[in-house]
Design a protein around this ligand. Structure first.
Ligand code: NDP
Ligand SMILES: O=CC(=O)O
Length: 321
């Protein structure tokens, strides 16, 4: 019997054609995610799910899908939207799309760092609004990363790629947190592994790259943000839930830090009247870290390979476990 796969959003390229030639494929056609209710209806009877980070794939949903569910393939490297333990205990494989989006996401972190440091967004808005009056000796003064200290929270693939760009390109000194010894980073980039408090108090620029899980949720709470110097710039391309957003609003309003650049927030999208959206000291992007043609096509290939492997009971090309 033909196996059924539910794909929760259109993905770029031709890779879904490969899936269609192997099984029955149903793709959610809308630009916004399916509701939880729709997910529950659509997963019934599926052997595979190709999901996005906005889809909550719980153990309960796996049970709703039924015993024939073999694989959940996330179109993302992060997999905090999937209950991996529940999948494991049900014998369901879980896949993700690492590596192919590392450079694009690290580029986004660097772009946010510069945009936040140099008031790029409000300054450009002033020009667009026809309000640019003159060259101002004291206008739009920013902070420069050259030779300053960069703190990378989470020295994984994207953390390292971001550090490489800023250490090699701008001569930044590197501090980082990591659960494991990373002497290659120390040798290659002159990095120093430190605890989080030291990193926050000694870094001029901080970029967040840890995965979201129960240990990293709210890792940057009010106390942690309070350790940062008032000239510091905070960048987050990982997940919104890693930063206590109310504490960030408060720090920006009090100018307790200089600026923030976020590609991820809680919730996504943030309401248009949220204080972070309104803040002149915060640049927010709509979660576009991996949004290049190259990365998204490569992610599609991996996500489809993962589904096909899972359906035939083979090891996934990229498994999260
Ligand atoms: N904005 C965007 O569009 C994108 C966002 N992302 C986000 O970036 C994250 C990182 O991606 P990537 O670099 O490829 O992933 P990696 O797995 O390479 O890096 C994740 C890092 O998080 C660390 N980590 C995980 N759990 C904990 C914990 N409990 N305590 C401390 N450290 C922890 C890991 O440490 P260890 O090595 O010790 O396991 C590792 O250094 C993704 O999980 C995703 O959330 C990714 C791509 C695009
Ligand atoms: O946020 C994106 C991802 O790939 O993870």
């Amino acid at each position: 019997m033909t196996q059924r796969v539910w794909v929760t959003r259109e993905i770029p390229g031709e890779s879904l054609d490969r899936l269609r030639s192997a099984c029955e494929v149903d793709v959610w056609p809308e630009a916004t995610p399916p509701s939880a209710e729709t997910l529950r209806e659509k997963v019934v009877g599926c052997a595979g799910l190709l999901t996005m980070l906005s889809d909550a794939i719980t153990g309960e949903l796996m049970d709703v899908a039924g015993e024939q569910l073999k694989v959940v393939s996330n179109y993302a490297v992060g997999f905090n939207n999937i209950d991996v333990d529940a999948a494991k205990s049900r014998g369901i494989s879980v896949g993700n799309t690492p590596d192919v989006l590392t450079d694009a996401t690290a580029d986004t972190a660097v772009a946010l760092l510069f945009a936040a440091s140099r008031h790029v967004v409000p300054a450009a808005k002033q020009v667009q609004a026809g309000e640019w009056k003159t060259w101002e000796p004291t206008g739009w003064l920013g902070v420069e990363p050259g030779g300053k200290t960069l703190g990378i929270i989470g020295m994984g693939r994207i953390g390292k790629a971001t550090a490489e760009r800023l250490v090699r390109g701008w001569g930044m000194k590197l501090l980082y947190t990591s659960r494991r010894d990373q002497s290659d980073v120390d040798n290659e980039l002159g990095g120093q592994r430190v605890d989080l408090d030291t990193l926050l108090s000694q870094s001029d620029f901080v970029s967040v790259h840890v995965a979201l899980n129960e240990q990293t949720r709210n890792l940057l709470d009010a106390e942690a943000i309070g350790r940062m110097p008032s000239h510091a710039v905070l960048v987050n391309t990982a997940r919104g839930e890693i930063i206590d957003q109310d504490a960030l609003v408060d720090a920006l309003e009090r100018r307790a830090i200089f600026a923030a650049g976020l590609d991820v927030t809680t919730p996504e999208p943030l309401p248009g009247d949220h204080p972070l959206v309104k803040s002149p000291h915060c640049v927010i992007l709509p979660h576009i870290g991996s949004a290049t043609d190259q990365s998204r096509h490569a992610m599609a290939e991996i996500a489809v390979d993962n589904v096909l492997a899972g359906l035939s009971g083979k090891p996934l090309r990229c498994s999260v476990t």
